[in-house]
Design a protein around this ligand. Structure first.
Ligand SMILES: NC(=O)c1ccc[n+]([C@@H]2O[C@H](COP(=O)([O-])OP(=O)(O)OC[C@H]3O[C@@H](n4cnc5c(N)ncnc54)[C@H](O)[C@@H]3O)[C@@H](O)[C@H]2O)c1
Length: 444
């Protein structure tokens, strides 16, 4: 994530609280939390201050009733007055089922309660967010400069829909109905807002351990057992897993020395060079590279080298420290790098498959010491539904002989992603991966 703007999070309950805290931690310059329950919103503000990473961070709480037109207009006006603009609008206000309801005995008042908050409320928040964002000038999607090709944007709107936006369950008709409506609201608002450079999305979580679900567990007999029996990962999600649906922002801290010889940090950044790989299903963030051994730190010569030179997959006589984020289900081509490679799983679960067919599953914190073997990585996180991340540190090695044969790097189709970088001057091969990567060819 590349977060630096101002966020309005409406609904500071389980998921809203997690979103606000995450935004503060990821670098937002301002967060306003609105809720019907002002005391709950105030507590979230304190929690945001405790984790904020932006040195100019500001946060405020406000009472809002999303079912009331004036109340929603007021909180957006206040947001613009206090913070100047609304870069992110996240609507997490909602009501859930507290006891079973059947269509034949459902009072209109109860149905209307869901419509007022979940549907009218979502509409009013979506409308005011659209109005506020259309009135502001676009800013870079990636203010850090890490992804310059992503252009500019006026704002980002996220609405909390639900798995119930796509399916029905016994006894929760008003919830299912309003969540289906919210999905339509998101879809149409996304189309309406796209020409104005406003991105609109929704998140459709399954059961998540928040006050909303705890109330349902108390009021609906057998609900907790039903939830637990239905979840493929064997447990209910935690709110942070909904807020943090992507991978956290990378923050790089480089040390140096000042003129008096005291240790200090260079300004925080997100890495110098970024490169899309594997048909854009993985992105490499080069955290550092060196080109000699021993490394020359005098006058920060190494920092200058790392800044000015995007490395190839390895650097002759040097090292590369590279973080790679893999999209859900990504299968890398079979490839061999001429290096000794320390690979640490930072997020997610991977299969590492060798050219012999031998394979191992690596979990978060597991380390592979890859001694120039032909291998592929498969991101199997969440059954292939979630992104994941590996940190690679590669060191150059001497010429290598295996089974009596000289072995060089063989990146297969991955070679085309490195063309033009040092060590990759030649034209990209059309197919490859040990020259014969049927699995990769069939999947891409
Ligand atoms: N928890 C889950 O399992 C789950 C699953 C899928 C979707 N969702 C959706 O995520 C969103 C957040 O749910 P949660 O689990 O964090 O619930 P929660 O009950 O913990 O939080 C909801 C918040 O909305 C506030 N709220 C209620 N009515 C309001 C109103 N009229 N105006 C302003 N604020 C109001 C409540 O005070 C509360 O703080 C909801 O839209 C919910 O439907 C939740």
């Amino acid at each position: 994530m590349d977060i630096s703007g101002n966020a309005l999070v409406i609904g500071g309950g389980g998921i809203g609280r997690a979103c606000a805290i995450l935004l503060a931690r990821e670098g937002a310059s301002g967060v306003m939390i609105g809720d019907l329950d002002l005391e709950a919103a105030r507590k979230v503000v304190d929690e945001c201050f405790a984790v904020a990473t932006n040195s100019g961070f500001r946060a405020e709480s406000a009472q809002v009733d999303v079912s009331k037109e004036d109340s929603v207009s007021n909180i957006f006006d206040r947001m613009v007055d206090v913070f100047g603009r609304v870069d992110y609008s996240v609507n997490c206000a909602g009501v859930g089922a507290e006891r079973p309801r059947d269509i034949s005995s459902l009072p209109l008042s109860e149905f209307q309660r869901f419509v007022d908050v979940n549907l009218t409320g979502a509409f009013l928040v979506m409308r005011q967010a659209s109005v506020a964002m259309r009135a502001q000038v676009p800013r870079p999607v990636s203010p850090s400069g890490a992804f310059p090709n992503r252009g500019t944007i006026r704002g980002v709107i996220v609405d909390l829909c639900s798995a119930a936006s796509m399916a029905a369950s016994n006894g929760i008709l008003p919830y299912t109905t309003t969540k289906h409506g919210q999905l339509g609201l998101t879809r149409n608002s996304a189309i309406d807002n796209a020409p104005y450079q406003i991105r609109v999305n929704c998140i459709c979580p399954s059961w998540t351990d928040t006050p909303m679900v705890r109330k349902a567990n108390e009021g609906i007999e057998g609900h907790a057992d039903f939830v637990n029996s239905k979840l493929p990962i064997g447990r209910i999600a935690i709110p942070e897993e909904v807020a943090d649906a992507g991978l956290p922002r990378v923050v790089r801290h480089i040390t140096t020395h000042n003129d008096e010889g005291k240790s200090m940090f260079l300004p925080i950044d997100v890495g110098d060079h970024h490169r899309e790989l594997v048909n854009k299903s993985a992105i490499a963030n080069i955290l550092y590279s060196t080109h000699e051994h021993p490394v020359n730190l005098n006058g920060d010569a190494d920092v200058k080298y790392a800044r000015e030179n995007e490395p190839g997959i390895t650097v002759k006589n040097g090292t590369v420290c590279r973080l790679i984020d893999f999209a859900p289900g990504t299968v890398s081509p079979l490839h061999r790098v001429k290096s000794i490679d320390y690979a640490v799983v930072i997020e997610g679960v991977f299969k590492m498959v060798l050219d012999s067919g031998e394979e191992r599953v690596l979990h978060r914190g597991d380390v592979a010491i890859n001694r120039s073997t032909a291998h592929r990585w498969i991101n199997v996180t969440g059954g292939g539904l979630l992104p994941a991340r590996i940190l690679f540190v590669l060191q150059d090695i001497r010429d290598l002989t295996i089974a009596g044969k000289n072995v060089d790097k063989d990146l297969g189709v991955l070679e085309k992603d490195y063309v033009g970088l040092p060590g990759h001057a030649g034209p990209a091969p059309l197919v490859g991966g040990g020259g014969n990567d049927e699995k990769f060819d069939s999947e891409f």
